[in-house]
Design a protein around this ligand. Structure first.
Ligand SMILES: Nc1ncnc2c1ncn2[C@@H]1O[C@H](COP(=O)(O)OP(=O)(O)OP(=O)(O)O)[C@@H](O)[C@H]1O
Ligand SMILES: Cc1ncc(C[n+]2csc(CCOP(=O)(O)O)c2C)c(N)n1
Ligand SMILES: [Mg+2]
Length: 342
């Protein structure tokens, strides 16, 4: 094993490294960042605060042996940013809780992992101008890396998009293309070695998903959406969340679903499965009034109509899928669900 503690180790040194790695990112909302018992935020006047938290856990959300650490850092932040995007919110600050196995500090590879993770996180935070304003650091009691990201955002008072406000007759839209993240993950999991860090982050829907903050912002500001959710668990599962929360049903046209090119390389059945149930695409699924003209792209992201919201009827499926032959079949939520997927 390559043992080389090349720099001071310990909790305080790690916090200092995190502080330095995140210092270039600043905005006017964070009055006090890393360093005191709490951070101090100053939300914009007339806005509400939105809060979301998401785990990134080794062997659940990534494999240390396969995923580049830059991707793990990027995805850790992207998961929270995507939840803010789904509500049309603007990020104000991020908080990172990190538990690392002590062995990582005794190995060069462990230190390189931390450097790469912080680099990936910082690059996305710079891109969206969201400072890392605090967090917590602990020694992991196991061999696993555990991270949790908290995102604080803001939206104009009473205007945040919700999943509970879709109405029968609304059209259903998705941003971007679906199934790419699951297709890329499958190729990564089939490997024996770590994926080399791609030279550009575009077109890596699993390794470097792009949270749709500008599109969510446009939906809110232009009053386009009646309801919205992000696709983290899979279209079938997240649409079911939206339908249940709104007390409506949905009809999806199979041929209308935009399939990511990485999924299109598979058999049509596998491509469709990834698009419907794969998860981690971090695209937005939203509804809009039937009379509203929705642009074909918003903030440079393509928008596709995939179906219609229907009234919920007793003993009828929550979601119906219409394949090209015109038959109709119930679409069960079969996306990611912790405790059942392994
Ligand atoms: N342990 C918990 N304690 C309190 N509330 C929770 C807990 N876990 C989840 N929730 C809440 O349940 C709701 C749904 O959580 P979930 O994590 O499924 O969010 P999501 O946005 O649908 O998925 P994702 O986390 O993939 O973005 C959210 O309001 C979340 O805050
Ligand atoms: C090693 C490894 N195995 C499987 C997956 C797939 N996966 C994990 S969690 C999740 C849904 C979103 O998570 P959450 O519900 O926690 O927000 C998906 C699709 C992965 N990313 N890495
Ligand atoms: Mg979500």
């Amino acid at each position: 094993m390559n043992k080389m503690p090349s720099r001071p180790i310990g909790e305080l040194a790690l916090i200092e490294q995190i502080r330095q790695a995140s210092s270039p990112v600043r905005n006017k909302f964070v009055t006090l960042g890393i360093g005191d018992d709490c951070a101090i935020l100053r939300p914009p006047r007339g806005y509400e605060i939105l809060v979301t938290t998401d785990f990134t856990l080794e062997d659940r959300h990534f494999r240390r042996a396969l995923h580049p650490p830059e991707s793990v850092g990027h995805r850790c932040l992207a998961r929270g940013l995507s939840d803010l995007a789904a509500m049309g919110a603007t990020p104000l600050a991020a908080f990172l809780s990190l538990a690392l196995p002590a062995t990582m500090f005794a190995e060069k590879s462990g230190q390189l992992w931390i450097d790469g993770f912080l680099r990936g996180l910082r690059e996305l935070s710079e891109h969206h101008n969201v400072p890392l304003a605090g967090g917590d650091t602990s020694e992991s009691p196991s061999r696993f890396i555990l991270a949790d990201i908290i995102l604080i955002g803001s939206a104009p008072r009473s205007r945040a998009l919700r999943r509970s406000t879709a109405r029968p007759g609304d059209a259903i839209y998705v941003t971007g293309q679906l199934g790419g993240a699951a297709a890329e993950l499958a190729t990564i999991l089939a490997r024996k070695r770590r994926v080399p860090l791609p030279t550009a982050t575009e077109n890596h829907p699993h390794l470097f998903p792009e949270p749709r903050l500008d599109t969510g912002d446009a939906l809110l500001r232009r009053n386009l959406a009646t309801a919205c959710i992000d696709i983290s668990d899979g279209l079938s599962t997240d649409l079911a969340h939206l339908c249940r929360a709104s007390n409506v049903a949905a009809e999806i046209e199979q041929t209308a679903i935009p399939i990511h090119p990485l999924a299109r390389k598979l058999t049509p059945a596998a491509a469709l499965k990834n698009a419907l149930h794969g998860g981690e695409d971090y695209e937005l699924l939203f509804t809009a009034a039937p009379t509203l003209r929705i642009p074909s792209s918003l903030a440079a992201v393509p928008i596709t109509r995939i179906g219609t919201i229907k009234p919920k009827r007793p003993r009828q499926p929550l979601i119906t899928l219409t394949p090209p032959d015109g038959t109709r079949s119930p679409l069960e939520p079969a996306g990611w669900e912790h405790f059942t997927n392994h």
